[in-house]
Design a protein around this ligand. Sequence first.
Ligand code: TXA
Ligand code: MG
Length: 317
Amino acid sequence: MTQRTRILAPDAGGIAEAAALLRAGETVAFPTETVYGLGADARSDDAVAAIFAAKGRPGYNPLIVHVSDAEAARRLADWPDLADRLAQAFWPGPLTLVLPLRAGHGLSPRVTAGLGCVGLRAPATELAQRLLRAASCPVAAPSANPSGRISPTTAAHVLDGLDGRIAAVLDGGPCDVGLESTIVDLTGPEPILLRPGGLPAEALEAAIGAPLLRSDGDATAPTAPGQLTSHYAPRAAMRLNATDARDGERLIGFGPVAGHVTLSHSGDMAEAAARLFDLLRQLDAEGDGPIAVAPIPEKGLGVAINDRLRRAAAPRD
Ligand code: TXA
Ligand code: MG
């Protein structure tokens, strides 16, 4: 179904409009500190179905539910002590906690793809916080891109993929972090890192006081159902760990590897994370020649950057 997608300003009027659309069961994209999310009322089957339809997302892939704070989260899920500690340390922020659903949660079963657990996150941007409070409902929101494509870090990126397929986008400018949230599964006896993201695992491990288990990354049995091997895909072919450009390649540099463009001259990981998706989109729009990327150290945010790059470079079907 096509519709006119409205662009809403990041002010009281825009927030009120966005909240009213959410309450009316419409889909609204909004900025978080990680990436733009495509939101809908998480209690409504039809609203949640509209998210899956707009993105072309398979129904088995559950959605993260956004709440303003831990108090709102506790109404939806069982809340072990560790959830409390992690939420106190890192919420609002780029951390999603997967927890067992609580009786009487009221969420549409489509949100969790029928699983007994839900991913919960309190986003940090003031706009997202104001929107969640104004909507006063839990908001299901995957990244606001067509399924399998690169996540959006500006309102223009959102429109690029979803114009005419969603009711509105709240334009809050570019996202600060630029990578999706870190996802931790707290449903078992030990916490498990399901997806590296905008909160470095080292920070989580320091708060937990122990090393985090990793999901095995086996693409045939992903623990986070959306963690398919090929994801975040630009159209162009990609080559990683490149220190120079081969024939026809456009090289994305980092630190000492200059490149045609760079993620960060100074080798700053936060700057690289914030620029990654925008640079991939720019190069993809410029032409279809292959893209090469300089090595990124596998620590801190570099772990999530490398995860997204490997998925972007993975063979497509
Ligand atoms: O930063 C982010 O997390 C952004 C912003 C908008 O919050 N959202 C985001 O959503 O990246 P999405 O749908 O693109 O990625 C969510 C991932 C998927 O891989 C999904 O399978 C996983 O989280 N997930 C969601 N609910 C889950 C659950 N109950 N159990 C396991 N994995 C879950
Ligand atoms: Mg996504």
